[in-house]
Design a protein around this ligand. Structure first.
Ligand code: CO
Length: 250
C-alpha cells in the first residue's frame, strides 16, 4: 500500500497527539521506582491520556488488555501490566504508550532504570536510545526508508548487541500501524523514497545478547530467547525536506 502523506491540517493534529504523549511519558517516567506495580503504571497512563481528552489506542487493540505495554528486563515488548508484578531495584522497564487525538495516533516508548542499575544495563538503554537518533539523521525527503534501517544497524552492531527482527517500526496517522514497515536491521533494497509529510514510528528494540525472541503463551509478551536484557526506544516523527521533527518529545 502507498505511504500516506499528511496535509498541513493533519500534521497539526499529529503534532498535538505527539505533544500530549510526550507529556504522558514524562509523567510516567517520574513514578518509576522500586515497589510500584506495572498495573499502577498502566492505570496512571490511562488516566493521563484520558485527562488530556485523548483515547488510549493500545487498549483493546487486537484484544490487548491495557493502555501501556510494560516490559521488564528480558521482556522485549508488549508486556501486560499486572497487579502482582512489582518493580525492584536494578530492573529496567520499557514503557510503550500511544493515544488518539481527534482521530490521529501517536506512539512512543522509553526504557527506564528502576533505582540503581548495572553499568551494562545503562549502556544498553543508552545505545538503544542513540540508535534511534542515528536512524533519524537519515529521515529526510529524498533519502530512502532503508537508509534509516541501515544507520540503526550500523550503530548498534558496533556494540555486539542483537537487533530484534520479528518486530519493526511503522507508518502512523489515522491508523496506529500504517505502511511502511520500518526494520531496525540492514536491508538489501533501498525501500520507499521518503517524502515530506510522512509520519513514522521508529522503534529500535535491542537485546544485550542475541536477536532471537520468543512469544509467550499469554499471546502478547515478547522475550529474548537467551534471557538477556532488552531495551526499546520509540518516537513518532514527521519527515520534512530538512531536519525531521520528533513529535513525541517536548
Ligand atoms: Co510502534
Amino acid at each position: 500500500m502507498a505511504v500516506s502523506i499528511k496535509s498541513a491540517r493533519e500534521i497539526a493534529m499529529m503534532r498535538e497527539a505527539g505533544r500530549i504523549l510526550a507529556k504522558v511519558h514524562d509523567e510516567l517516567g517520574k513514578v518509576i521506582c522500586p515497589g510500584i506495580t506495572t498495573y499502577e503504571i498502566d492505570q496512571l497512563g490511562e488516566k493521563l491520556i484520558r485527562e488530556n481528552g485523548c483515547i488510549p489506542n493500545f487498549l483493546h487493540y487486537n484484544g490487548y488488555p491495557a493502555s501501556v505495554c510494560i516490559s521488564v528486563n528480558q521482556e522485549v515488548v508488549h508486556g501486560i501490566p499486572n497487579k502482582s508484578r512489582v518493580l525492584k531495584e536494578g530492573d529496567i522497564v520499557s514503557l510503550d504508550a500511544g493515544l488518539i487525538y481527534k482521530g490521529y495516533h501517536s506512539d512512543a516508548a522509553r526504557t527506564h532504570a528502576v533505582g540503581t542499575i548495572s553499568a551494562e544495563a545503562q549502556k544498553l538503554i543508552d545505545v538503544t536510545r542513540q540508535s534511534f537518533f542515528e536512524g533519524i539523521k537519515l529521515a529526510k525527503e529524498g533519502n530512502h526508508l532503508h537508509d534509516i534501517s541501515n544507520a540503526i544497524d550500523a550503530y548498534v552492531s558496533q556494540f555486539g548487541y542483537g537487533i530484534v527482527k520479528d518486530l519493526v517500526g511503522h507508518g502512523i496517522g489515522t491508523q496506529l500501524h500504517e505502511d511502511p514497515q520500518i526494520p531496525n536491521f540492514a536491508q538489501k533494497r533501498r525501500g520507499v523514497r521518503l517524502q515530506a509529510g510522512m509520519t513514522l514510528a521508529i522503534e529500535p528494540m535491542i537485546n544485550a545478547g542475541g536477536w532471537e525472541v520468543n512469544f509467550l503463551q499469554d499471546g502478547w509478551t515478547v522475550v529474548t530467547r537467551d534471557g538477556s536484557l532488552s531495551a526499546h526506544y520509540e518516537n513518532t516523527i514527521l519527515v520534512t525536506d530538512g531536519e525531521p521533527e520528533i513529535l513525541t518529545l517536548l
